[in-house]
Write a protein that binds this ligand. Structure first.
Ligand code: CA
Length: 439
């Protein structure tokens, strides 16, 4: 587990001036990774590191030959068209690259002239998914979300007895995961509306978003070889933002007995920038359990997890309707909450996922599940915010929403900020709902 080192020093400043602005998402203490190319070109996608409003092109840095040893090996791996190779190298290599880039991007660095030639403005870039995602597992780690949803689907029995004993999850679909900027057609599916005598097929009428964090897996584990809590975070490359679009009417009819299926697998959107766990070191928190709740079983427990297994990431959801875009209005604030409220940690997700011998691979994604906070105004999905569609939300321009309408764009933002540490931003995750395919 990485604790604070010289790369976290809040006094560090970069020769890239935009990295030093107050409120910048990508100061020199962050250094997140993405896969990009210049917009409108046939250039190869390659890995890059955000610094201020620029991207440091890792392929160009590697080709310049100015880094050495494991930092150079990591830059070469990161310069490929996906980050899977870099992810598979492990924390020592990631950390060596982070330190080398931190030193080279600081004010007064001898490498300034060389690296300045490797910068591409973010405004002129387009992004690809950070990795080839082999498998996607979605967890359910907010007890507040699980309880709120459970009340709607099973009023008598909202929280099932296994919830406080293990991180619940299901296997999702990797093929329909897209990068921020994704737009997708409203899904068509089978529903059983109240009062109907038989199911219908047609466009989803209760389309929802889910505010989540995505966990990118680094080095995998061999089949049959569980990952212990002590090693779990060594298998985690970093975090980004995730919107798990959900068709609630389809979900309500299909989910029993095997869980979500077509209500979830039509689209999932990720933010392009992956923030490393090392960058988040100043924002770790103790993992705690409410009084009277069961303590984790030994395979889900460690002193390090208890001391600093949780992360304090602020999360915000905004909604921009078609009318707002037509009238030049910004997206309207919908919700703000924090990842600190999750009931299970990242290390616990890894340990639980592999306890049966399941093998993870570099580039796999875990969703945390909807990260609702303790109060309903901190809920990460419309089904909670609107009490199942019964209480419409009024937006800043006077429009109201129960569920998402065609043309709606959902924007998720994430950041960490506190005195004594540099702000660490995640950028944003944007996805837009298109009309259903005509049936
Ligand atoms: Ca979800």
């Amino acid at each position: 587990m990485t604790l604070r080192n010289e790369t976290h020093d809040p006094a560090l400043r970069s020769w890239v001036a935009s990295a030093n602005s107050a409120g910048a998402d990508f100061p020199i203490q962050n250094l997140p990774f993405a896969v990009f190319r210049r917009q409108g070109t046939a250039e190869a996608f390659r890995g890059g590191v955000a610094i201020g409003l620029e991207i440091l092109d890792l392929a160009a840095v590697a080709a310049s030959g100015v880094l050495h040893g494991s930092a150079q090996a990591a830059a070469q791996a990161g310069g490929q068209d996906s980050l899977n190779s870099l992810m598979s190298l492990g924390p020592q290599a990631w950390s060596a690259l982070r330190l080398a880039l931190s030193q080279a991007l600081r004010e007064g660095a001898a490498l300034q002239a060389t690296l300045a030639a490797c910068l591409v403005p973010q405004a002129s870039a387009e992004f690809a998914l950070p990795a080839r995602i082999g498998d996607y597992t979605d967890f359910y780690t907010s007890i507040h979300h699980a309880t709120n949803i459970g009340k709607q689907f099973r009023p008598d029995n909202p929280l099932l007895p296994n919830y406080k004993w293990m991180p619940i999850g299901y296997h999702g679909r990797a093929s329909s995961i897209g990068v921020s900027g994704q737009s997708f057609r409203r899904p068509v599916g089978q529903t059983f509306p109240p009062g109907a005598t038989q199911p219908l097929v047609g466009p989803c009428k209760r389309l929802d978003m889910e505010l989540e964090i995505a966990v990118f897996i680094g080095p995998g584990n061999a089949a049959g070889e569980p990952v212990d809590m002590a090693d779990a975070e060594d298998h985690v490359f970093g975090l980004c933002l995730l919107n798990d679009w959900s068709a609630r009417d389809i979900q309500a009819w299909e989910y029993q007995p095997l869980g979500p299926f077509l209500s979830k697998n039509f689209a999932t959107t990720l933010s392009p920038w992956v923030v490393t766990l090392e960058a988040l070191a100043p924002y770790r928190l103790p993992f705690t359990r409410p009084e009277g709740d069961p303590q984790p079983l030994p395979y889900l427990d460690s002193a390090a997890n208890r001391n600093h297994g949780a992360f304090d990431v602020e999360l915000e959801v905004l909604l921009q309707t078609q009318r707002m875009r037509d009238q030049g209005q910004p997206a309207a604030h919908l919700v703000q909450t924090s990842y600190r409220h999750a009931y299970w940690t990242i290390a616990q997700m890894v340990a639980h996922h592999t306890v049966n011998g399941c093998n993870l691979q570099a580039g796999d994604v875990f969703g945390t599940g909807t990260l609702s906070g303790p109060t309903l105004d901190q809920a990460g999905a419309l089904i909670e915010l609107t009490m199942g569609g019964k209480q419409p939300q009024t937006l800043a321009n006077g429009e109201t929403r129960t569920y998402l309408e065609d043309g709606d764009a959902v924007v998720i933002r994430g950041w960490c900020d506190k005195p004594g540490a540099a702000r660490i931003g995640f950028g944003s995750c944007v996805g837009t709902v298109l009309p259903a395919r005509p049936c």
